[in-house]
Design a protein around this ligand. Structure first.
Ligand code: UDP
Length: 480
């Protein structure tokens, strides 16, 4: 209608060539990818692969989509990305659903008929617009619960293949998660395939024949994961305020995802007695300021069980919290971490560095995380709950030995004592300390585990694996 504000926002999709994988994949694997590119071009000629979600930035799903869609585009497939818009009431409701899916009450509200009216009513303009854009030969991938309400009208009115991709899940469902499933089920059920990250996350009662398991992946060429020479690592950490011994000899440069050059300019805010020095062994956890990442356990366990037996330092790095003003819990958790730090004896404080990383530029933030992970002797992810745990794959790809909790998707990534160390009980601080100290004291073993970790990511957790799985799935759906 003339003058009407569109409900959907089109997110520009970049273009990345899959040729770059030649430098990191074995020749036969690379050939498999190139063969798939050829198949994909033929299969998708004249079709659009639509992706719909609820945000273009912030969070792992958006980050993953930026890379995966750019590679899809680069393979010659017309990948498009639309973001829904909806009322605040809708997003409060979907936040409640998100919390319930994770067994948390959220705002404690209901999921009944009134909530259905809010959900469907708010999505209605998106439905009308989207149904007008999609052609009968296209394929649609709907991401997560927020836009799931688009699925029934797409099936009824256009009968295009629709994939529902659920990026969230928990190991053991509860009444709350079942309640959220029941709310979403009528929207999700008509899809032709349901993609989950791992078997344990699959909802009870869904048609098993439609289930597909596709674990998340990382982009080896993004600013977060791309190779950085050791002198660049040192330069980035110096500019960002970590190393202050003036060792940096080069500029702190890195490349944005589109290949254009950029550099780190902003400093992290760090609570510390003294900055790191080049020879200090370093243990790292990178996480949002969230209780489920257990920052207090990571810090106190390090102070009690690692610092006394080694000369290592702990860097606990999270985002600057003023940048995520919509996360009041983050502010509180950071305050608790700082209070814990302040209350520790100075001998322990001397080994601790609590860092808030600058968030003004996502690429700069990613480059600092990349440099920290490459500088780390041991990477820790001692979470209490975790869907996948991207930081684990990120550390593993950099050939770091990772010590992480035996929970969620972390278990799919680390083969215990081969490509990392799993902690059976994340609350057991002595066991966490022993695992970290053991690796610090046995560099040969740490190197061996780090090497196996990198190979595991190369085999199973790079973007190409996910792309091949989606291609096989769409091929199957179109054939039936
Ligand atoms: N991360 C970041 N800067 C920070 C903290 C976290 O870039 O200051 C990134 C981290 O590298 C990872 C993502 O945020 O890519 C977190 O994903 P993960 O699956 O580990 O946990 P989530 O935050 O989704 O629970």
């Amino acid at each position: 209608m003339p003058g009407q504000v569109p409900a959907l926002t089109t997110v520009p999709v970049g273009r990345l060539s899959l040729d770059r994988f030649q430098s990191i994949l074995p020749a036969d694997r690379y050939q498999t990818v190139m063969d798939a590119v050829q198949r994909a071009r033929e299969l998708f000629a004249g079709r659009v692969v639509w992706n719909v979600n609820s945000t273009a930035r912030g969070g792992g799903v958006a980050e993953l989509l930026v890379s995966l869609l750019a590679y899809t585009h680069g393979a010659g497939v017309n990948a498009r990305w639309e973001v829904i818009s909806a009322t605040d009431e809708f997003f409060s409701l979907t936040k409640r659903i998100h919390n319930n899916l994770h067994s948390a009450p959220g705002d404690g509200g209901e999921l009944g008929d009134a909530e259905r009216r809010v959900y469907e009513g708010s999505l209605a303009p998106n439905v009308e617009e989207f149904v007008g854009m999609v052609q009968p030969q296209d394929v649609v991938i709907v991401h997560d619960p927020q836009p799931a309400g688009l699925i029934p009208p797409l099936k009824e009115r256009l009968d295009v293949p629709v994939i529902w991709r659920c990026h969230v899940g928990i190991d053991t469902p509860s009444d709350l998660s079942r309640r959220a499933w029941a709310f979403l089920r009528p929207y999700v059920e008509p899809a032709d395939a349901y993609v989950f990250s791992r078997r344990a996350f699959v909802w009870e009662g869904l048609d098993d024949a439609k289930i597909e398991l596709i674990a998340p992946v990382i982009d080896a060429f993004s600013p977060k994961n791309a190779e950085l020479e050791p002198e660049i690592v040192a330069a980035i950490l110096e500019v960002a305020g970590f190393n202050q011994d003036g060792a940096a000899k080069v500029a702190p440069t890195f490349h944005r995802i589109d290949g254009t050059p950029d550099r780190v300019e902003r400093r992290a805010e760090i609570d510390e007695e003294r900055p790191l020095r080049a020879p200090d062994p370093m243990v790292l956890q990178v996480s949002r300021w969230d209780r489920l990442k257990d920052p207090l356990g990571v810090i106190s366990g390090f102070a009690e069980h690692v610092a006394p037996h080694t000369d290592a330092h702990l860097v606990y790095a999270g985002p600057a919290v003023d940048a995520v003003a919509d996360d009041p819990e983050g502010v509180e958790v950071l305050r608790e971490a700082k209070a814990l730090y302040q209350g520790l004896p100075s001998a322990a404080r001397e080994r601790l560095h609590l860092a808030c990383l600058p968030m003004q530029s996502a690429a700069e933030n990613a480059a600092i995380v990349n440099a920290l992970q490459r500088r780390a002797n041991v990477v820790v992810q001692k979470s209490i709950a975790e869907g996948f745990g991207l930081t684990v794959a990120e550390g593993m790809w950099k050939a770091r030995p990772v010590v992480a909790s035996r929970i969620g998707g972390i278990q799919d990534q680390i083969v215990d004592r081969h490509s990392g160390l799993l902690l059976d009980d994340p609350a057991d601080l002595a066991a966490y300390g022993a695992a970290v100290s053991g690796l610090l004291q046995d560099p040969a073993r740490a190197e061996q585990i780090g090497h196996a970790a990198q190979e595991r990511v190369r085999d199973d957790f790079l973007a190409v694996r996910s792309l091949l799985q989606y291609l096989a799935l769409v091929q199957r759906l179109l054939a039936s």
